[in-house]
Design a protein around this ligand. Structure first.
Ligand SMILES: [Zn+2]
Length: 74
């Protein structure tokens, strides 16, 4: 099991909501799989998840809505 980068606490599999503010356009992606530190609550994503988030964000940017809330889909 990996250790937390900040406090060396234990990381566990969890989900989180990923939020982004792009010059007034708010993007919220719900239930993103992540590793969460049981000690300080710091959240980290693996490489694959980061890439997928980038893809989802790029798609939502095209939509030009002020607020976009979507469920994470791999
Ligand atoms: Zn920690």
């Amino acid at each position: 099991m990996d250790k937390c980068f900040f406090c060396k606490g234990t990381l566990e599999n969890s989900v989180t909501n990923y939020m982004l503010d792009l010059n007034g356009q708010f993007i919220i992606i719900k239930n993103v799989p992540c590793h969460k530190c049981t000690q300080c609550g710091e959240v980290s994503f693996n490489y694959q998840t980061m890439k997928q988030l980038e893809k989802i964000v790029a798609q939502l940017k095209q939509a030009l809505t002020e607020v976009a809330i979507v469920e994470y889909a791999a």
